[in-house]
Design a protein around this ligand. Sequence first.
Ligand SMILES: Cc1ncc(COP(=O)(O)O)c(C=O)c1O
Length: 449
Amino acid sequence: MFDLPDDEILPLSKEHVFWTWSAQAKVAPIPIKSAKGVFFWDTSGKRYLDFNSMTMCVNIGHGDERVIEAMVAQARELPYAAPGMATKVRAVASQLVAQVSPGGKLTKVLFTLGGADANENAIKLARGYTGRFKVLSRYRSYHGASAGAMALTGDPRRVAWEPGLMPGVVHFLDPYRYRSTFHRTTPDISEAEFCQDYLNHLEEIIRFEGPETIAAILIESVTGTNGIIVPPEGYLQGVRKLCDRYGIVMVTDEVMSGFGRTGKWFAVDNWGVIPDIMTMAKGLTSAYAPLGAVAMKPEIAAAFDQRTFESGLTYTSHPVSLAAAVANINVMRADKLVEHAAELGPVLNRLLKDLGETHPSVGDVRSIGLFGILELVKDRKTKEPLAPWNGSSPEMAAFRKTCLEHGLYVYTHWHTVLIIPPLPITTEQLQEGFAVLDQALEETDKAVK
Ligand SMILES: Cc1ncc(COP(=O)(O)O)c(C=O)c1O
């Protein structure tokens, strides 16, 4: 399509591209050429099995013609409309999002460009609705890279930009069983007690901060990058109750965990919880076009019936992105991808556990649906991570290098390996990827004391 030989992609990119999340002199990008299903190919023709759905976002898999055709048709008919205009695709897309939302109850939808601005808008809505200012979010979380979403983020990506982020955010601890702050000496505590301790911790923070000052509690329903932390039974229900008790808006960030990833349309559906506001992006279009959304209960929207919602985006409800979303949701329904992710959940979990049984560097494994993680340690007893908090290690680097050499694309985060493949993946393809992981773990096993 462009007049540039393949072997000039890398040098030209290195000359002109400014890379995100990177030290510019250290980037080593894969020159990607094409992608189909669960695979992509680089310019040398090498095939990679995509175990991270690119950026945890290509939920339906690569190169689906049904989505591409819908985008092309929309671009031909009407590529753009002003934010205040009503379009067919906007009406249909918002209806579809409302239909698949938890209990079908989040019936008003504001479209954004991605996940960060979805969270920013969720906060504005919650503040406007309650007349309160503070927001509680968790330490092991990522909510986006704009100033407000960064303030919500608990992980070190926030710390890098402090001070100067959005004021009013207070962080609390995650119900992370493997490294539970409260249970170092009582690791065998029951799930119910474990859950209650973390709800008590949250309630104490609500009381200390003053419930009348708190607009929202904003959490990832199942934590993504920071560890695939699956909440214990009763936790999300407990957060819901606390929000109801204190008049706080419950916002769940389903940017990564939504659209079939956990074997349900949204992760909250695993526990039958209906938040007041839910944010989404990534799997909403499976990244065929940029799009985020804030779905809300009608009473939240009604707070702005007479008052102006003082916010907007030039590209809100971009018709081509919405066409991608509509086609994407239709593909998920037609191909029963949510059901497929639920079916393959136990297969992924078994494969993860098998690695845990053979490799001493595997400290813990967790998964729900097709959302999994390997947590690597130097010592299973002390749980010393194989790379430091917010750092890397030669063993983790060697692990990733081995995976890539063998054509497996995985995302490693500090001492963890995330397994987040496109939802149409088969058992055989999962096994193919796990055979490479098995080999690569020999590198990390070398670090075990
Ligand atoms: C849970 C979660 N929320 C928000 C975001 C931010 O989304 P975006 O990069 O589209 O702004 C991400 C991105 O990875 C995410 O994982």
